[in-house]
Design a protein around this ligand. Structure first.
Ligand code: CP
Length: 322
């Protein structure tokens, strides 16, 4: 992967230190903590890029990855990130756990925390579970994806990816396209990018937009022509068929013809625009393969790379050695 030269020195802690002791929403971080996290991600990207061992900032710490919903990128990049920093990492095999004997999610999390966890990464769709765990557990709770609500580390890695390409977020226009309604990524990205000074738009059919009383400060566009105009980044979203009634058959009907991201539709965006997608992708549904796999136009694999670097940064900032 070619990226601009990456820093070999860690960034300075924000004045007053990094005081956040949970990462459930992007709003748990101050502006200074967000800036520090992005700089730290860039620092760790250097170690990954150079295949150099990273400082063992989590030596002696125990990290538990508790994923009640499926995940490839988030679960495995947190696993890798913890190991790179020297943590003892436990990946809970939920499908073979006592959940299937009727143990509640909270009891499971409390049991694992009692084993001496310093940090627990939790993916679950139950609204309010992360907040409840944060109150109950003595370890740091990180949201690894909460239903259609929030995915803060995805937003941070998306910001780190954009910054690696453009050198900034401020002043850019980001079009977030597709199934915004069911996407935790759309919400976290919109909150973070707006805070970082970007203009964010939601683009998609009315049936896939959030309720009107949500994200009232974000412009909504019902077609790609309006939505992609002037966009520097076009963020495709997965159609979350599993969260739709009747498996999403109606939503898929004619979707690609109207909203599919292709080299042709990317001509509606700024000339130097890039496509991104948090993954997993439905190829041929929201994005075509030629665009997704085009290294000149797609940052999708760079998002995965920054996923590991950004999660190293989050782990270090939240529970790394003082
Ligand atoms: N982007 C993302 O959260 O992917 P996974 O579901 O594979 O973790």
């Amino acid at each position: 992967m070619t990226t601009p030269s990456l820093p070999s020195q860690p960034p300075r802690l924000p004045a007053g230190g990094f005081t956040a002791r949970r990462l459930i929403s992007i709003d748990d971080l101050s502006d200074a903590e967000i800036a520090y996290s992005l700089d730290l991600a860039e620092y760790y990207a250097g170690f990954l890029n150079r295949s150099e061992p990273a400082p063992q900032r989590l030596a002696g710490r125990t990290q538990i990855n508790l994923f009640f919903e499926d995940s490839t990128r988030t679960n495995l990049s947190f696993d890798l990130a913890g190991k790179k920093l020297g943590a003892d990492v436990v990946n809970v095999p939920v499908s073979a756990s006592s959940i299937h004997k009727g143990e509640s999610l909270v009891d499971t999390a409390q049991t694992l925390a009692a084993m001496g966890a310093d940090i627990m990464i939790v993916r679950a769709k139950e609204e309010g579970l992360h907040e409840r765990l944060d109150k109950l557990l003595s370890c740091v709770v990180v949201n690894g994806g909460a239903g259609a609500l929030e995915h803060p580390t995805q937003a941070l890695l998306d910001a780190a990816t954009i910054r690696s390409q453009f050198g900034r977020i401020e002043g850019l226009t980001v079009a977030i396209c597709g199934d915004v309604k069911h996407s935790r990524v759309a919400g976290s990205d919109a909150r973070l990018f707006t805070r970082l000074g970007a203009t964010v738009r939601f683009v998609g059919p009315a049936g896939l937009m959030p309720d009107n009383d949500q994200f009232t400060d974000i412009e909504r566009c019902k077609n790609l022509k309006d939505g992609l105009k002037g966009a520097d980044i076009v963020m495709g979203l997965r159609m979350q068929f599993e969260r739709m009634e009747s498996g999403g058959k109606d939503a898929a009907q004619g979707y690609f013809e109207a909203f599919g991201l292709t080299h042709e539709t990317m001509k509606l965006a700024s000339p130097g625009a890039f496509v991104m997608h948090p993954g997993p992708m439905n190829r041929g549904v929201e994005i075509d393969s030629a665009l997704a796999d085009d290294p000149e136009r797609s940052l999708i694999l760079r998002q995965v790379f920054y996923g590991a670097a950004t999660r190293m940064a989050c782990l270090d900032a939240l529970v790394g050695a003082p």
